[in-house]
Design a protein around this ligand. Structure first.
Ligand SMILES: NC(=O)c1ccc[n+]([C@@H]2O[C@H](COP(=O)([O-])OP(=O)(O)OC[C@H]3O[C@@H](n4cnc5c(N)ncnc54)[C@H](O)[C@@H]3O)[C@@H](O)[C@H]2O)c1
Ligand SMILES: O=C(O)C(=O)C[C@@H](O)[C@H](O)[C@H](O)COP(=O)(O)O
Length: 540
């Protein structure tokens, strides 16, 4: 692969591109290059003198050439002159660089601070005359273009150069999965330490009030979100819901609707759902239903919510009839999977999340299964307190990104689950029945793990897969600490619940099964005897 800068930094004059860029380079032990300094070297004179002698168009031509060369062959931190991104050829170069996986950082400083810095040194031909008025005018022209050509946006207001550099590093090292497709307003899933810092950017300027919906065990993470939201100028309503499945009820949703009404939430306001999958499902449901739909952003804090629940727009609640039977397909404006939150995640809840990760490996991306196999011991012994900064963090980031990509693939062409998306339900037909019969004392990912073994047994009975693949389900899932059998319910109860599964059609059961590793098919209306035989095989 061709060499490319680790990151390109752009922004207004005085934003601190050189100062912060050098700091980033220093922290990462990378070289730093400044386009203006390189141009001066190239033309053998200072920029103000070059401007004076040859004029701006000639300067922009040299600038575009120098930038194109550095985007091709420089492996470090590269900062651009303030006006450089306005040149169409540079815009095309930046877009190609992003296409090759590059990160273009818009360093967005407080205008007052930036103006003061820009005026301090003098020698800026673009600020001749009334410097502040010129700066403001340029800002109005450039800010929309900077947004357009960058893929990382870093606000630096109130930060020291070191603080800003740390923020740039966090945001550049985050992984981004873009979700779009039929009937989907495109959005990004940002994965990595500090992803939550994007909250204000993703919410945008329209909302005035934000309902921050979260559970008590993630209070310290919601405190951070609340601080970010307040810094962003929003009025924040802090809404604590009951933890886990008890939070996913109509009574809880109703309590929040009452509050939104009393606090004057309008259609332009927004919801932030923060916590495990139960909290993000409920928050999404509230957002989908309040005034028939307001903007919402998910901040998942459990592995399962990061890899699955927060993305894809399935929102909902449980009812006495079953799991997730009431809800709506309603797409978030963004998902911020901030991996720092995993530091407080208990081991058993982390392991549960591996169930949905493995599911994505079985149905589409076998590389996920290889990673799980290779790191099974470390994953099973996950300890939040030692996780951040450990080699395991990168492994988990890779698993999250891959699993979210599998999800995005299925959701993008079938948001409302008419066919392809049902494949994401691998292991869920029995899994949901177990959860219900266990009164939700069984964790979702654990129930899905047993459900996958069940689906594999059923596929084996139908002659679709051989015994080795069934055994592989058991050995991989148990090596991760996940359960592979269930003994606590009758077949009659399970069958009745499987008939209420959302994939069922009329009186016919419908399953998702493998016909080979990484490939799934529908299994419609198998005989009750086969369904029962598979059930018998997961009881050990
Ligand atoms: N919408 C979807 O597409 C989708 C997909 C998969 C699962 N789900 C739903 O998600 C739910 C399961 O999600 P879950 O496994 O996250 O369960 P959960 O939401 O019940 O969270 C599990 C527990 O972990 C706690 N927790 C979460 N993050 C924490 C953190 N960082 N530190 C400390 N504690 C933390 C929670 O407060 C809770 O006590 C189920 O309701 C399931 O139906 C939805
Ligand atoms: O996103 C989907 O589609 C899924 O099926 C993902 C599942 O992993 C998830 O558990 C989902 O909540 C199940 O939805 P349901 O429609 O079967 O309730």
């Amino acid at each position: 692969m061709a060499a490319r800068p680790y990151a390109v930094i752009l922004g207004m004059m005085g934003a601190g591109k050189t100062r912060v860029g050098k700091e980033v380079a220093h922290m990462l032990h990378l070289p730093f290059a400044d386009a203006d300094a390189e141009i001066e070297r190239e033309v053998g004179m200072k920029i103000p003198a070059y401007f004076e002698q040859y004029g701006e168009p000639a300067f922009r031509e040299v600038e575009a050439d120098v930038i194109a060369d550095f985007l091709e062959g420089f492996e470090g931190i590269f900062s651009l002159g303030g006006g450089a991104p306005m040149t169409p050829s540079t815009q095309r170069e930046l877009s190609a660089y992003i296409g090759r996986g590059g990160k273009v950082v818009y360093l967005d400083a407080d205008p007052q601070e930036a103006m003061e810095r820009a005026n301090r040194g003098g020698g800026r031909p673009m600020l001749n005359g009334d410097a502040n008025a010129r700066w403001r005018k340029l800002y109005e022209q450039r800010d929309p273009v900077f947004h357009e050509v960058s893929n990382v946006h870093v606000h630096t207001r109130g930060l020291t150069p070191q603080g800003a550099a740390k923020k740039v590093i966090d945001m550049v090292s985050q992984r981004i999965v873009h979700v779009d497709g039929t009937a989907i307003e495109p959005y990004n899933v940002a994965i990595g330490e500090g992803a939550m810092n994007r909250l204000v950017d993703v919410l945008g300027t329209q909302p005035k009030k934000i309902a921050l919906i979260h559970t008590q065990p993630v209070q310290r993470h919601s405190d951070r979100a609340r601080a970010l939201l307040r810094q962003g100028g929003y009025e924040v309503s802090d809404i604590v819901i009951p933890d886990a499945e008890p939070g996913k009820t109509i009574a809880v949703a109703n309590g929040i609707w009452e509050r939104l009404g009393a606090e004057g939430f309008t259609r332009s306001d927004a919801v932030v759902g923060l916590g495990g999958g139960a909290a993000t499902d409920l928050a999404g449901f509230v957002a989908a239903t309040w005034m028939r739909g307001i903007r919402y952003v998910n901040c998942p804090t459990s592995l399962l919510a990061m890899v699955d629940a927060s993305t894809g727009g399935k929102t909902g609640i449980n009812t006495p009839q079953g799991k997730n039977l009431v809800g709506s397909f309603y797409t978030p404006a963004g998902v911020l999977a901030d991996m720092t939150t995993l530091a407080s995640l208990p081991n058993d809840i982390f392991i549960e999340g591996l169930g949905e990760v493995a599911k994505s490996g079985f149905i589409r991306d076998p590389e996920i299964l290889h990673i799980l196999e290779e790191h099974a011991d470390e994953l099973r012994n996950f300890n939040g307190q030692t996780f951040l900064g450990s080699p395991l963090e990168d492994v988990v980031a890779e698993l999250i990104e891959r699993t979210v990509r599998v999800k995005a693939y299925h959701v993008s062409s079938d948001l409302k689950e008419k066919g392809l998306r049902e494949f994401l339900n691998y292991g869920h037909t029995l899994g949901h029945a177990i959860e219900k019969l266990e009164h939700f004392r069984w964790r979702h990912g654990n129930a899905v793990a047993v459900g996958m073994v069940y689906a594999a047994e059923l596929a084996n009975i139908m002659g679709l897969i051989d015994r080795d693949l069934v055994d592989y389900h058991r050995s991989l899932l148990s090596s991760l600490g996940l359960p592979t059998s269930w003994n606590d319910g009758s077949f009659e109860d399970v069958l009745a619940l499987m008939h209420r599964d959302k994939k069922a059609r009329g009186n016919e059961l419908r399953f998702v099964v493998l016909d080979s590793i990484g490939h799934v098919v529908h299994l419609d209306n198998p005989s009750v005897d086969d369904v029962e035989e598979a059930f018998r095989r997961i009881q050990h």
